[in-house]
Ligand binder design. Structure first.
Ligand SMILES: NC(=O)c1ccc[n+]([C@@H]2O[C@H](COP(=O)([O-])OP(=O)(O)OC[C@H]3O[C@@H](n4cnc5c(N)ncnc54)[C@H](OP(=O)(O)O)[C@@H]3O)[C@@H](O)[C@H]2O)c1
Length: 333
């Protein structure tokens, strides 16, 4: 097994700050130590993967490297009693694809406590259509439901709605009976968002507020913000009394310029989603919801499938916010 070679994307630093990527061969011996060796069938493309692919040291410190924060496949070898050879499993987050060789390779080796049994009701392929984006969307929707926001409390806003997390959150919220207002910078994707269940599609400029006002009319009973920066600040200003705002992203920036007023005058609850180090109990609960109540009818419509060898244009597109929905990465031949 140790000598087995496998196909992987390899990102290398050719000279300082000049990164290249290629599909090459690696051997199992090169993988980090771990209890469970997995033959990967599918991965997916997330914004973070694209950053790792272009040499972003905030995501990946050490190169050469194989990105891929998501992987689903079959256990090839296990030293842990709770994981058996032949089990269908998935791994998302932790250090996978960051500084641990990731799902853009046919084999990964990880600690047993990173491994989640494939939930009943999902195929390996479906699990990676969700991937980290769907899992994160599920964590955000759980914030809203667990905090007691009722379906008739008012509109739920989703920012970055055509993106991976945004499209999943839009669908899951609509499926749960909420009225979803989807914010997007892509005016030509209104029909797509409506098919996912958005009741209304709003242009980014309509939500962004650059005035000095600390509060605006309370419009949102809840929100999933995948964008961060001034968008999150604007969402907080317009959050209604006792709204729940679940924040997970920073594509528009990581600074948050806000005041205490949404919190102390309206009781707004700002929750953070961390998919990478999510505790196991919550992790299993979110996957259970994904495989049952939030199993989405439009999975294929929101998916573009690409072989590992064909991923380059998708990496460029996700970095320029040109992608809608999810990009599934096929590792099998
Ligand atoms: N906390 C966690 O555990 C976690 C997990 C997964 C992802 N994330 C983060 O969540 C964010 C979204 O991830 P993703 O994989 O869904 O990315 P994605 O597929 O690239 O989607 C991001 C979307 O945000 C919108 N957007 C892009 N640039 C923007 C800008 N400058 N201003 C306003 N909106 C902008 C675009 O949607 P529209 O064109 O429709 O507006 C874009 O499609 C990223 O920051 C990612 O790192 C965090």
């Amino acid at each position: 097994m140790q000598n087995r070679s496998f196909k992987a994307m390899i990102v290398e630093e050719k000279e300082e700050k000049n990164f290249t990527r290629r599909i090459g061969e690696k051997s199992v011996e090169e993988l980090p130590p771990g209890d469970v060796l997995i033959e990967v069938a599918y991965s997916s493309l997330n914004y973070k993967d694209a950053l790792s692919c272009i040499g972003n040291r905030g995501v990946t410190r050490r190169y050469p490297h194989t990105p891929g924060i998501d992987a689903a496949g079959v256990v090839a070898h296990s030293d842990a009693p709770e994981v058996r050879e032949g089990d269908e499993v998935l791994v998302t987050g932790y250090d996978l694809g960051m500084n641990t060789s990731g799902g853009f390779g046919r084999m990964i080796r990880v600690p047993a406590d990173w491994v989640v049994p494939l939930p009943e009701g999902l195929t390996l392929r479906e699990s990676m259509i969700y991937g980290t984006a769907g899992f994160t969307a599920a964590l955000c929707v759980l914030h809203i439901t667990d905090q007691g926001v009722e379906k008739d409390s008012g509109d739920v806003l989703v920012t970055g709605a055509t993106g991976g997390v945004g499209s999943m959150a839009t669908s899951m919220l609509a499926r749960s009976g909420y009225r979803v207002a989807a914010v997007s910078g892509k005016s030509d994707r209104e029909a797509f968002l409506k098919r996912l269940g958005a009741a209304e599609v709003i242009a980014r400029e309509e939500v962004m507020d650059e005035s000095a006002k600390p509060l605006l009319k309370g419009r949102w009973a809840a929100a999933v913000d995948t964008v961060g920066g001034d968008m999150l600040a604007s969402v907080l200003k317009a959050a209604a009394l006792h709204a729940v705002v679940s924040a997970c992203g920073n594509v528009a920036g990581f600074q948050l310029n806000t005041t205490v007023f949404p919190f102390i005058l309206r009781g707004v609850r700002l929750m953070g989603a961390d998919s990478a180090n999510c505790p196991r109990k919550l992790r299993l609960r979110a996957w259970e919801k994904i495989a049952t109540d939030w199993k989405l009818p439009h999975l294929e419509e929101m998916t573009t499938e690409a072989a590992l060898e064909d991923l380059d244009p998708f990496i460029d597109d996700i970095l320029q916010a040109k992608i809608s929905g999810r990009t599934l990465v096929r590792l099998t031949d």
